[in-house]
Design a protein around this ligand. Structure first.
Ligand SMILES: Nc1ncnc2c1ncn2[C@@H]1O[C@H](COP(=O)(O)OP(=O)(O)OP(=O)(O)O)[C@@H](O)[C@H]1O
Ligand SMILES: [Mg+2]
Length: 248
């Protein structure tokens, strides 16, 4: 299963990525989590204290692996060794990598960074009980067409509010443009109200679940503790089950 998690800034993408990585790992899945956000805070949400080197800093390696000596372009660069060397494992056995800033390339972009990212996504792939979680920036265009084809499910995280829903529309359009077919939504920081209910009813993609607003997540963040160690995970357990159902 390859899952990309996207949404507006601050909606809870990293929290969801970290908690899902934890739950899948606990359930015996082999989990790889890649931080594709330039802020790079997924490792700490997964309890990794060490600073990871972003893959995108490997400009030279990227160039060498993807572009041959005569300027020819390799479609299948080998990245297995890099993948291992730049991974850290947390105490659940989740493998964590950070991507850093990758050149954005839309449709038809054959930039080396994109080919490299594609190779990385392909690399860890992927037996039946393997899960790849990509903690994305709001813009998913840097996935590019070829890369996005490898993503089984795009989860858009929204807060019940009109701005988050505008972002959802943008994500939907982008996903369609780059060929991601399956989109689902997680409503985070949910506070019950008629207005919020109506908004959620209007979502045209499957809603995997709602996570109530809970100060525990904010405290965990402030104290730099992985959220799954201290907060109620019940809503996420249901979301995980839904993901398994949808991706079957
Ligand atoms: N259900 C929730 N209730 C209350 N606070 C939450 C909830 N989920 C996440 N938060 C808090 O909201 C803040 C932003 O969460 P998080 O970092 O996961 O979002 P993000 O979408 O990854 O942000 P960014 O766009 O900056 O990467 C954090 O302080 C986090 O603890
Ligand atoms: Mg984040």
């Amino acid at each position: 299963m390859k899952i990309a998690i996207s949404g507006k800034g601050g909606v809870g993408k990293t929290t969801l990525s970290a908690v899902l990585a934890h739950l899948f790992a606990k359930d015996g899945y082999k989990v790889t989590a890649i931080d594709c956000d330039t802020a790079m805070n997924l490792p700490s949400a997964l309890g990794i204290k060490k600073k990871l080197k972003p893959l995108s800093e490997l400009k030279e390696i990227i160039e060498n692996r993807v572009v041959g000596p005569l300027g020819t372009y390799k479609l299948n660069p080998k990245v297995d060794d890099i993948f291992e060397a730049y991974s850290e494992y947390n105490e659940d056995g989740v493998r964590v990598l950070v991507l850093g800033t990758i050149e954005k390339g839309g449709e038809g972009c054959f930039c080396p960074e994109n080919a490299f990212l594609r190779a990385i996504l392909r690399h860890a792939i992927f037996k039946e009980r393997d899960v790849l979680i990509l903690d994305m920036e709001a813009g998913i265009e840097h996935l590019g067409r070829g890369t996005a084809r490898g993503v089984d499910l795009l989860i858009a995280v929204v807060e019940p509010g009109s701005r988050a829903f505008e972002t959802l529309e943008r994500i939907e359009k982008l996903a369609k443009d780059i060929g991601i077919e399956k989109i689902a939504v997680v409503v985070n920081k949910y506070i019950e109200s008629e207005e919020a209910k109506r908004m959620i009813e209007g979502i045209k993609h499957p809603v995997l679940g709602r996570v109530p607003f809970n100060e525990c997540f904010i405290k965990a963040d402030i104290n730099n503790v992985p959220p799954y160690k201290v907060c109620n995970l019940q809503p996420f357990i249901e979301i995980k089950a839904e993901i398994e159902r949808i991706c079957k």
